[in-house]
Design a binder for this molecule. Structure first.
Ligand code: ATP
Ligand code: MG
Ligand code: MG
Ligand code: MG
Length: 339
């Protein structure tokens, strides 16, 4: 019998549009002889749209208002064999939807509550990975209340990291709200921007020179495998939203032109991170590679990476011989697997 799949897309985060792009690709690729797929778009207001409005949102790339409250719809999600929560960012990739689905007793693609929540928060990720002995940049946490009441203590910690540094909302993606701060004068604006989007903000040291950016895909539950390593090249100062989503701004190189031992180390570190964070199903693990010293620093772990047919994660597995549609099929199988 065909498996009934509920594909969730859109969502309330700043990555709403990116999720809709990913979902269109997955919807087209899930083999129809094996799956009955029902897409449901979640509006930016957090409403689950009925079929006609969902269809319209997928076609137009934006979600109108209307729809049902999440909890109301979750109860009726019972008729599905599995959910594919193709949502990026907070209220989707961060364990919230995963908690809802866990309560509803429906298997779903990707990491559970713990792996999703810890991987979404860049500070929590760094703490867990530090305890697993994984090399990372130096960093500092700042919370909104401290920024409002003792801004100098935040400024001092930033100065301790040295400029240029990166300021990021702790829980976001697609580079939304991220600034590269070259001088102390620009710090306040960067913090104000990040704190508009999150209560927790991470300050990160930058590596001495512009690092090379390499990424690897992980697939599996408790016996995960790593894809070949890919590299991103672009002219921009850093890999910002514009560069990520404007056609032709960045080039993917698969496999990355790296010495074999470095590529192997990327895969080993990524698998170790995936396990340390209790991830499941899939993750894209991003690194900085400093050519001068041969150093590899883990940047972050994305538990629901960009998923269009031209996105890095599916391209990495395609290079390993797994087509896009075989990959999404495998992800549903992993969701249904006993662990
Ligand atoms: P994604 O869309 O992959 O989820 P994100 O929004 O979670 O991204 P990051 O990957 O943390 O954001 O940072 C975005 C980009 O900013 C990186 O790809 C890199 O170009 C640059 N960057 C971030 N942190 C640093 C750093 N510490 N040193 C140098 N460059 C950095
Ligand atoms: Mg990210
Ligand atoms: Mg992300
Ligand atoms: Mg990233």
């Amino acid at each position: 019998m065909k498996k009934r799949i509920l594909l969730l897309a859109g969502g309330q985060s700043g990555e709403h549009e990116v999720s809709l792009m990913s979902a269109r690709s997955v919807l087209n690729a899930l083999p129809r002889d094996q799956f009955d797929v029902t897409p449901v778009v979640i509006s930016k207001q957090g409403r689950w749209l009925p079929p006609t409005e969902t269809q319209r949102a997928l076609e137009s790339g934006e979600a109108p208002s209307g729809g049902d409250l999440v909890l109301h719809r979750a109860a009726s999600a019972e008729g599905y064999d599995a959910v594919f929560p193709l949502l990026h960012g907070p209220m989707g990739e961060d364990g919230t939807v995963q908690g809802l689905l866990t309560l509803a007793g429906i298997p779903f693609v990707g990491s559970g509550v713990l792996g999703s929540a810890v991987s979404m928060d860049k500070v929590m990720t760094k703490q867990v990975l530090a305890s697993a002995g994984i090399p990372q940049v130096a960093w500092q946490l700042a919370v909104r209340r401290e920024w409002q009441q003792q801004p100098d203590s935040v400024r001092d910690r930033a100065a301790g990291l040295e400029y240029p540094l990166f300021v990021k909302p702790a829980n976001l993606g697609s580079s939304v709200g991220i600034s590269k701060v070259a001088r102390a004068e620009d710090l306040d604006a960067a913090l104000n921007l990040a704190f508009r989007l999150d209560r927790r903000v991470i300050l990160e040291a930058m590596t001495a020179h512009k690092p090379r950016e390499v990424e690897v895909g992980i697939l599996g539950n408790d016996a995960p495998i790593a894809s070949p390593v890919g590299e991103l090249q672009f002219a921009a100062d850093f890999y910002d939203y514009e560069t990520k989503y404007t056609e032709g701004r960045a080039t993917m190189h698969i496999p990355a032109p790296l010495p074999a031992d470095v590529a192997e180390q990327v895969r080993t570190l990524a698998l170790r991170a995936f396990r340390a964070l209790d991830c499941a199903g899939l993750a894209r693990v991003d690194f900085f590679y400093l050519e001068e010293t041969g150093e590899l620093l883990l940047n972050e772990v994305n538990t629901m990476p960009g998923f269009t047919t031209t996105s890095m994660y599916p391209k990495l597995f395609e290079a390993a011989g797994l087509s896009y549609s075989a990959l999404v099929t495998r992800l549903v199988e992993l969701a249904l697997e006993d662990r």
